[in-house]
Design a protein around this ligand. Structure first.
Ligand SMILES: [Zn+2]
Length: 207
């Protein structure tokens, strides 16, 4: 099963990789974080590293920005705004959910998935702290950051693939539990990565 998945990924990636693209062939995914400053530098860098580990898209560069540093002159091929919601934050989409225990929510209007994500940071912090599964080699902040990165990667799947569908397993499954947040787990299936890439970055590479 493992080797079949690897072969599929190579078959999909090979045409692009074989062309040795110039830097202008690269596409930029901008992720703008609101309220990120309330999280420690270690949490934020662990979150970013986990997203980039999971989101392996050919020739796509992930660019992180804080909302306060975002300027109209910044240009990206795709842009996603992520709000890190903690106590006292006005998080409209999360607040509207019947059960406030969702890990995150992506905005949808008239059936259209919008590039706005709210992460339930306090709840994710709590789950990691009370999981009883903490991986000792990693500091708590790194575990929280990795958990945030996994939840964010799941929501980025909905945004970039423009789908509300879920997988049966891996990071795109419907519900991530404590174990998924702090232990090693499967990432995206190659077909899910391909769907994200084709949907969000479908422009053909320059010859
Ligand atoms: Zn989902």
């Amino acid at each position: 099963m493992k080797s079949a998945a690897a072969a599929l990924l190579l078959a999909w990636a090979a045409p692009g990789w074989s062309r040795h693209p110039e830097s202008e062939d690269r596409q930029r995914l901008g992720i703008v974080c609101q309220e990120a400053a309330r999280q420690s530098r270690m949490v934020r860098s662990a979150m970013q590293a986990e997203v980039e580990r999971l989101l392996v898209l050919p020739f796509v560069e992930v660019c992180w920005l804080d909302w306060e540093d975002f300027r109209p002159g910044h240009v990206f091929d795709r842009l996603v705004v992520v709000k890190l919601c903690s106590r006292g934050e006005d998080c409209a989409a999360l607040a509207r959910l019947p059960k406030r225990r969702a890990l995150a929510v992506t905005h949808i209007t008239d059936g259209v998935i919008l590039p706005f994500v709210e992460l339930n940071v306090d709840w994710i912090h709590w789950l990691v702290a009370h999981s009883g599964l903490a991986a000792k080699p990693f500091p708590h902040a790194v575990q929280v950051g990795r958990a945030l990165g996994r939840v964010l990667a799941h929501e980025l799947y909905h945004v970039l693939a423009e789908t509300r569908m879920h997988a049966r397993k891996g990071i795109a499954k419907a519900e991530l539990d404590c174990h998924d947040l702090v232990s090693s787990m499967e990432g995206f299936h190659p077909t899910e990565l391909e769907l994200m890439w084709k949907t969000a970055f479908r422009q053909p590479l320059k010859e």
